[in-house]
Design a protein around this ligand. Structure first.
Ligand code: ADP
Ligand SMILES: N[C@@H](CCOP(=O)(O)O)C(=O)O
Length: 323
């Protein structure tokens, strides 16, 4: 017997972490909330202005994903009342679509009496998103290393180093993941493939063993970032200079346009790094908003329905870390 209503909070994610294209991801302390309950007719409410333009009829992603969960479980889907609020900006490289997919899957799974375990949810979510890095991070929290062969995802979750935090610079324009994937070549030189295998392996080992000193070199990439850089004015300069301004490493977040700088907790150079990010992007004509975030360690969390953010006015998001 399932629950009669479910409110779930799901973290954003940053995919790739540089070289780990479609394989590495980290959950971030920026969230989406999905509430789902059976109803006499289907109603979808999107709260706040962050989800403007998203349909609220049965073509909505959340509704369709809930339907797939019921289908996978071999159950009839009831009409649903769905409410969602999100802090995760759309199409900026912070996994908004993955958080919506994971939120809808977890909520529908709870309503249906948990026919799928988390592993089953990962397989379904990866099939829907097409790559496991964002959905894996949103579903498990922390750092994830994943592989996908088109039909099966294998994933290991790692605890992020305690000292690791992040600054994201979010440009004020959208870049659909699909468009940023079309910028990629269909073939790569062998030397570039070898370069990425070395950096990805080193990055996973550095993160697993807390070798923060290696992160900057391990986050280099030749597989996707050089091809996506022309889509984001100032990106190449940010990636080249961030380590000189106090970052442990820097990468394009997911398919962009957001840029991720990994920083050490309590670093005295955060303000210097933020000024560098804003000025470098600004000089290239890219206005961006900065957030200080932590890794999210939990993935989806079921909350009491009174904790829905649409029940209370939202303040402006400033990020989690101390200035
Ligand atoms: N809550 C939601 N409901 C419906 N569709 C959503 C929701 N969140 C995201 N999406 C869809 O996902 C798209 C963004 O996904 P994508 O291009 O992969 O970028 P990202 O995942 O980096 O934000 C949006 O333009 C929208 O079509
Ligand atoms: N590995 C994918 C990640 C896309 O992430 P998103 O947050 O931009 O949806 C890619 O690099 O295309």
């Amino acid at each position: 017997m399932g629950m009669t209503s479910v409110l779930v909070r799901v973290p954003a994610s940053t995919a790739n972490l540089g070289p780990g294209f479609d394989s590495l991801g980290m959950a971030l302390s920026l969230y989406a909330w999905v509430d789902m309950r059976p109803s006499s007719s289907t109603v979808i409410r999107l709260h706040g202005d962050g989800l403007d333009g998203i349909p609220t009829d049965k073509s909505n992603l959340l509704y369709k994903v809930a339907g797939l969960l019921y289908e996978e479980a071999g159950l009839d889907m009831p009409e649903l009342e769905i409410n969602m609020y999100s802090e995760i900006p759309l199409a900026r490289g912070l996994g908004s679509s993955a958080s919506a997919i994971v939120g809808a899957l977890v909520a529908a799974n709870e309503l249906a009496g948990c026919p799928l375990d988390r592993e089953g949810l990962l397989q379904l979510a990866t099939r829907l998103e097409g790559h496991p890095d964002n959905v894996g991070a949103s579903l498990f929290g922390g750092l994830i290393v994943a592989a996908w062969d088109g039909s099966r995802a294998d994933l290991i979750r790692l605890e992020p180093p305690e000292q690791l935090q992040a600054i994201v610079a979010i440009p004020r324009f959208q870049l659909e993941t699909e468009k940023a994937r079309h910028a990629l070549p269909t073939e790569l030189p062998m030397a570039d493939a070898v370069f990425n295998i070395g950096r990805t392996s080193l990055l996973v080992a550095a993160l697993a063993s807390g070798r923060l000193d290696l992160i900057s070199r391990a986050m280099q990439d030749r597989l996707h970032q050089p091809y996506r850089a022309p889509l984001i004015p100032g990106m190449a300069e940010v990636l080249a200079g961030a380590a000189d301004h106090g970052a442990l490493g820097a990468a394009l977040s997911g398919a962009g346009p957001t840029l991720l700088a990994v920083v050490e907790k309590d670093s005295p150079r955060l303000a210097e790094l933020e000024a560098f990010l804003t000025e470098t992007l600004g000089a290239a004509g890219t206005d961006a908003d900065l957030l200080r975030l932590k890794p999210d360690l939990y993935g989806p969390v079921i909350l009491d329905e009174n904790e829905a953010p649409w029940l209370a006015p939202q303040g402006n998001r400033k990020g989690d870390l101390q200035a």
